[in-house]
Design a protein. Sequence first.
Length: 455
Amino acid sequence: FASWGVHGQQLLYIFENNIYYQTDVHSSSWRLTSSGQEGVVFNGITDWLYEEEVLHTQVAHWWSPDGSRLAYLTINSSEVPNMFLPRFTGSLYPRGKEYPYPKMGQANPTITLSVVTLDGSFRTTELGPPDSFERNEFYITMVKWVTDEKLAARWVNRAQNMSILSLCDATTGDCIKVRNIYFHSDLYIFFFITMPLKHGDRGTFSHITMISNKGEEVNLRHLTSGSWEVTQILAYDESTHSLYFLSTESGSTQRQLYRVSTVDPFHKECLTCSLLRSKCTFYDALLSPNYDHVLLNCRGTDSAPGGQAVSDRFTLSWDSVLVSSDNVIVARLDGRGSGFQGQRILHEVHQRLGTVDVQDQIKVLELPYIDGNRVGVYGKAYGGFLCSVLLLSYSSMFKCGVAVAPITNWRLYGKMVTLWTLMVPDQGYNNFGFFIIVQFYLVLTFYFSNSVSFN
């Protein structure tokens, strides 16, 4: 891995899981870490768990705004049992690769957050977790620089039912909970996060909260509210006090670009709702450095719990071929458990996956224009799990099913996702009955597929 820094020709690269730094392309390299071990200890990059389930990126390092410091994660998977992935190379015997994969009842990787100075001294400071997490497993799900010397980190416990946001001093390593912040200067510091906000009887929705302080005074101010969700905070223009974000205010299937004033939160405007020429209702946006221009792109989605399958995003897929040429109805459903419609709908599947979400799928088959004698079901990953449950529980309603990489036994699936979706005691997983080992008989046609590596 290699990437440029934020100023000049700063260069960072990762070799054998250690971080190296150059002030420019002609300078010598400085090794910033020494603990890296291939497949075991990861510095500045993610292991399988953090890349797939936590950060959703390979990058686990963050430059300070002025380029004088680098924050990075160290992920130690030495206590995590390995999975074996066969690699089919065309030879008589396949090769294999092992990688750490924590399952239920097994250890998670340990993780530390550190900051190293890039001024030549290369002094490293470790930022400790909150006191309540010190002796327990935890995840670090977010790291953001707030100023050149302070950064925010979000710590989440093993069960993922408690989150603590800390503001950390990169020089001393001290981290303090946001709600208990005390500063001894007049420097005005602020940052933005999305937090659940209750909206009457409609439930709880994700909205923007501005956290700021001046001296010893700390303020939390909600900039948005309503029965809709903020899906992404994009940028902040300090000169105009304007915050740009994407939200579902125009509809849960849409993503429009909005701007809100941090001085007058009641002054909020949609910047894309009136773009009649584009006729697009699902945007991704990238703002220019001076915030004068916006690059808009029509974009889609995920059907796992908390994801969204039905949206206004433009896509061309196999579904498009079927509906345009073969007189076929293709339905994607966002029932209970789907995202961007508030916390109430999202948590309807809490501790009961494969129940109400399956019922919502079946409900659609009652529509009068659907031929109930010619129905098939397709699903991938969690959708493959739902496909399997549908075929087992409602076999008379389906002629065939296709499950791609389905979850067939939750005890064998990744620990983080299993705990988040099922919320079962990690130690008591052997006694927990909510898992399915799929057995099919020759009653209907069932296709099963999974991925292999050919690298």
